[in-house]
Design a protein around this ligand. Structure first.
Ligand SMILES: [Zn+2]
Length: 292
């Protein structure tokens, strides 16, 4: 046995002898992944040193975090909204353990700026500036979606990597684009667009529950999946829908087909992601790597 191999075996043996869970009083360690997230990223925090019975709460800026047990410690996803200011953001968390004083922990994370393209689009006038009644409908639908995104279900339903919602390898486009529609500046585009022929299957990016099936003015036929702990993925402009509200779905399960319903210039899937009310880049969600 080489010296290095012997050392590794000794280390493994030592590990095997350690209790599996951290004990109260262990030093708390927080790691950010990535260490310097960008605007629109979904980052995650890994907390080690808290016991199995701990309750962990925290926030980044003003956004609360939802922790879940992970790899002998705890983890929480952090959504950095499309319009978040780059620069230093304070974070704080508190570890509450039975019979012990709360253990607070604070720090700062630097959010890296990102340039977004400007996109000029022309749509039929009624789609850019709807009549007052349609406008009221669109506003109510938007408010309904906002309320949904702020509903935090307590159970984490997703596991492992997130998958592309349409087959293929072509990267999506348009996240964060500052849109000028019929010559007027509009809100930033908060999803990723996959161009695909009408009828192409659209699949669930990860396991979750169908929180909403609707036919809305701008998004068209839509499905919203709740993955738990404040994470939602959104599938807009569908031609057909194959699931119903309340259904539990697995990663890769067909939700419907690509279409051009709502405000769409042609058949494509608008794929969006929301975390704790932050509009995040779906590409960042697809790149997320947690061990389970
Ligand atoms: Zn879109």
């Amino acid at each position: 046995m080489t010296g290095r191999r012997a050392a590794r075996v000794a280390a493994l043996l030592a590990l095997a002898l350690l209790p599996l869970t951290a004990a109260a009083g262990d030093r708390l360690v927080v790691t950010w992944h990535p260490a310097r997230p960008r605007i629109g990223d979904v980052a995650w925090l890994h907390l080690r040193g808290a016991s199995e019975t701990a309750v962990v709460e925290g926030s980044v800026g003003h956004r609360p975090l939802a922790f879940f047990p992970y790899a002998g410690g705890y983890a929480a996803l952090v959504g950095l909204d499309i319009d978040v200011k780059p620069g230093v953001q304070p974070w704080r968390l508190a570890v509450l353990e039975p019979g012990l004083d709360p253990r607070p922990l604070t720090g700062k994370v630097t959010v890296v700026p990102r340039q977004f393209p400007v996109q000029r689009l022309t749509v039929p006038p009624g789609m850019a500036d709807p009549d007052p009644e349609t406008e009221r409908r669109a506003v109510a639908e938007g408010q309904h979606l906002q309320m949904l995104y702020r509903t935090v279900s307590p159970e984490r339903l997703w596991r492992g990597p997130f998958t592309r919602p349409v087959a293929g390898t072509e990267p999506p486009s348009g996240f964060g684009a500052r849109r000028i529609i019929n010559g007027k500046p509009r809100a930033a585009h908060s999803g990723a667009d996959y161009s695909a022929p009408r009828g192409t299957p659209v699949v669930a990016a990860n396991a979750g529950r169908v929180a909403l099936v609707g036919d809305y003015f701008f998004p068209g036929r839509l499905v919203a999946l709740d993955h738990g702990l404040g994470l939602y993925t959104l599938y807009f402009h569908l031609d057909s829908v194959a699931v119903a509200e309340g259904d539990r779905v697995d990663r890769g399960q067909t939700l419907g087909t690509v279409g051009a319903t709502g405000r769409a210039t042609g058949p494509h899937l608008h794929f969006g992601a929301q975390l704790g009310g932050a509009r995040i880049d779906p590409a960042a969600l697809l790149a997320l790597r947690l061990a389970d």
